[in-house]
Design a protein around this ligand. Structure first.
Ligand code: HEC
Ligand code: HEC
Ligand code: HEC
Length: 465
């Protein structure tokens, strides 16, 4: 009886899968024609067509239309499972859009797609086994990999990278960008100015120490009146290279970000910009130099503009890892080179991607196993991550991937500051993001590799008038 049930269930499941196949296949040709017709001249119709035909788009964008037999219990379960897991793991909507518009696909999407396509991991075999039009041919593979390479060289490669690493998902940090020296000088002063806080006890520097990795070294930050904040302070170094700011990405750029802490009641705790401006304006010397650069004088915009300009100089190029990527083979030890190899083999570089080794995407903490259940203490509001900002269900527990540059200096780790050592952080990633374990020696090698990302920084501006 049970056997029959199982066989029946499997049959319905397979029918469901075949149905999905037929469904995609049937509307394949019409849809393909439309896709090709709708692509802008700059778009890449061929690659988009492959992503459509092979079902990638079906499992990796929202609102996959379910065919009628999806209501059969088992078929529904099987399909819903893959569609749901596919969408949780990877949302390729921005990439599909970029293929229409001829614009940049997200850097971490490129790294992820490249990896699964090169390793022939996608689509899942369960799907291709019953759906012949879903498997990726050698020709498709070449087209996808060429497209990814072109995208990288057009949008993401750093100047000076050695030809051997041109098509690497991680890139060297560029030297400091062009800045407005006068604004930077003012920003440096304001960054260190405690008058931005309600009781004149805290500056940006208090929580983002420039001689200590750009962090405060605390589990969660301590704000005005000794109040403990809910979340670990990320580094200010290289934050100019993040796509958005804050763990949940609620600020779009550094200027917008710098507007947050001064009025945050548990950070700097000022009552209003008027309060801050009143204090700064009663300083005649500062007012004089400030209005030379900003004729409008002190406003929330001019103050945050100067701070953001200064933050553009908070970069740490020339780490051993950067020198290695630029062609100095002796910049890394043999152990670090092995660590880098493992970093790539284990897909760390598909999330910790690009020149900032992170900061390019929002990823679920606990992709493979429930991190918060394992951690205990329940789930706090900040643990909801990007969901708090977007209110999209998919963004629950998703955080901006932290940079791994200078990570040796930025303990404790994770948004909750729950881990003291890099080794713990690497083990945590292996378990919860990748569902794997490595021998202790390999974990040590990854840790040694991570230490090679510590770069150079020297404060060149005065911090007071
Ligand atoms: C039947 C649904 C389905 C189809 C079709 C499918 N995927 Fe997936 N995809 C999944 C699932 C499920 C996962 C999660 C895999 C896992 O459990 O490890 C996933 C994961 C991924 C990931 C993330 C992998 C990672 O290591 O983080 C990428 C990238 C991806 N798929 C790309 C593709 C591409 C490109 C195609 C088309 C060639 C494709 N997928 C087709 C269901 C699908
Ligand atoms: C009381 C400690 C504290 C003070 C003071 C403070 N910050 Fe922060 N900073 C934090 C914390 C905590 C976060 C993370 C908050 C979050 O993501 O929700 C953060 C986030 C940031 C980020 C985002 C980095 C990233 O990768 O997302 C930047 C940039 C930053 N702060 C710059 C500043 C500047 C500029 C000032 C002064 C105007 C400042 N901070 C004042 C604690 C502080
Ligand atoms: C699926 C995307 C993803 C993959 C794959 C991944 N990470 Fe992470 N990593 C994250 C996210 C998201 C966080 C932040 C999680 C949090 O704070 O709760 C993080 C945090 C970290 C941290 C702590 C950094 C800090 O400043 O707090 C380290 C170290 C780290 N990852 C290393 C690695 C290594 C090494 C690998 C490969 C073995 C790896 N990661 C693979 C997404 C990923």
């Amino acid at each position: 009886m049970i056997k029959k049930l199982i066989i029946g269930a499997c049959a319905i499941g397979i029918v469901g899968y075949l149905g999905t196949a037929a469904y995609i296949y049937n509307y394949d040709s019409k849809r393909s024609e439309r896709l090709i017709a709708s692509a802008t001249p700059k778009g890449d119709a061929q690659v988009r067509d492959i992503f459509y035909k092979r079902g990638c788009e079906y499992c990796h964008t929202a609102n996959a239309d379910m065919p009628f037999y999806a209501s059969f219990p088992i078929a529904k379960q099987l399909m819903a499972h893959d569609v749901k897991m596919g969408y949780i793991h990877f949302n390729m909507q921005s990439t599909m859009d970029s293929l229409v518009n001829g614009t940049a696909a997200p850097e971490s999407d490129l790294a992820k797609i490249e990896r699964v396509v090169a390793d022939q991991e996608m689509p899942p075999t369960r799907y291709t086994a019953v759906h012949w039009s879903g498997s990726v041919s050698a020709e498709d593979r070449t087209a996808i990999l060429n497209w990814a390479k072109e995208q990288r060289s057009k949008y993401y490669v750093s100047a000076g990278v050695s030809p051997a690493f041109e098509n690497e998902a991680v890139q060297p940090l560029p030297p400091q960008m062009e800045t407005d020296a006068k604004k930077v000088a003012l920003g440096a002063i304001l960054y260190h100015d405690k008058r931005l806080s309600g009781d004149n006890t805290l500056a940006c520097e208090t929580c983002h120490k420039l001689d200590a990795g750009g962090v405060d070294g605390l589990v969660t930050s301590k704000g005005i009146n000794g109040q403990l904040g809910p979340i670990n302070a990320p580094t200010v170094f290289n934050s100019i290279y993040n796509i958005e700011q804050f763990w949940d990405g609620r600020a779009h750029n550094l200027q917008e970000q710098a507007g947050g802490p001064p009025l945050n009641p548990i950070e700097m705790g000022s009552k209003s910009w008027d309060q801050i401006i009143g204090k700064l304006a009663s300083d005649p010397e500062l007012t004089a130099v400030f209005s030379e650069v900003y004729p409008q004088g002190f406003t929330s915009e001019s103050i945050t503009d100067a701070i953001a300009e200064f933050e553009k100089t908070l970069v740490t190029p020339n780490s051993p890892f950067d020198r290695y990527l630029k062609g100095d083979a002796s910049a890394l030890t043999a152990q670090q080179k092995h660590g880098f190899q493992l970093f790539k083999e284990n897909k760390c570089d598909t999330c910790h991607v690009g020149k900032n080794l992170g900061g390019q995407s929002f990823e679920m903490m606990g992709l493979k196993e429930d991190y918060f259940a394992a951690r205990g203490n329940g789930v706090a509001e900040v643990d909801l991550g990007r969901f708090n900002f977007t209110k999209f269900e998919r963004d629950r527990y998703r955080f901006k991937v932290p940079t791994l540059r200078n990570v040796d200096l930025t303990a404790p780790y994770l948004h909750d500051g729950s881990l003291d050592t890099l080794k713990d952080a690497v083990n945590m990633m292996l378990k919860f993001q990748l569902e794997t374990t490595l021998p202790e020696k390999d974990v040590d090698d990854i840790v040694e590799f991570l230490k090679s990302t510590t770069g150079e920084y020297k404060l060149e501006q005065a911090t007071k008038l």
